[in-house]
Ligand binder design. Structure first.
Ligand code: COA
Length: 164
């Protein structure tokens, strides 16, 4: 049987922490669907389509990764795709609090969906999309934090914004 999981996130933008979870997730799952979702509590800088484009470019040679996006509830998307496993990363206790709420709400909506968590590797535990956006905005390097494709896109977007 082919083991598939959905790896959902805002990915605004995707960080090396996310990429590390996906890479390690592929040791457990045969295929991962990396799905750009809308988190209504966040104000993203990239449109969903732009985030999807970056992911497609990053994973263009990965046979075992499919990139997709969805609107609406994660459980509905999982049902539509016929997938019952959701893979997420966890960095610290504040992630734990947020993720436990996410799991409980999703399990209430669909008890058949299972969430699998991987601890973020120590070298990525301090990373967040917000921190990276700040580093790039003020001229710092994203080396070791984000994929070069993401760094280029971020520089184009954020440094253009700062000039206006
Ligand atoms: N390493 C480093 N950083 C990580 C990380 C890791 N392994 N995993 C997450 N992060 C960071 C991200 O950089 C991001 O930083 P930010 O807060 O500065 O933006 C943050 O942790 C979490 O972002 P991300 O993992 O991209 O996604 P999210 O938590 O915004 O995603 C969804 C939440 C999309 C899964 C959730 O909102 C969802 O399912 N939405 C669909 C609607 C729905 O069904 N809602 C639930 C109803 S119960």
């Amino acid at each position: 049987m082919c083991k598939i999981a959905i790896c959902p996130g805002s990915f605004d933008p995707i960080t090396n922490g996310h990429l590390n979870i996906i890479e390690r997730g592929l040791k457990i799952f045969d295929k991962l669907i990396v799905a750009v979702a809308v988190n209504v509590t966040k104000k993203p800088i990239f449109e969903p389509q732009e985030r999807l484009e970056m992911l497609k470019e990053i994973f263009k040679d990965s046979k075992h990764v499919e990139v997709d996006s969805f609107k609406g509830l994660l459980v509905e998307y999982a049902k539509k795709r016929g997938v019952k496993a959701i893979l997420r990363g966890m960095r610290n206790m504040s992630d734990y609090e947020y993720e436990s709420q996410l799991v409980l709400a999703n399990k209430t909506l669909d008890p058949d969906v299972e969430f699998i968590y991987m601890m973020t590797e120590g070298k990525y535990a301090h990373l967040s999309s917000s921190i990276i956006k700040e580093v790039i905005t003020f001229g710092g390097s994203g080396c070791g934090m984000i994929h070069p494709i993401v760094e280029k896109r971020l520089k184009d977007k954020l440094r253009a914004e700062i000039k206006t």
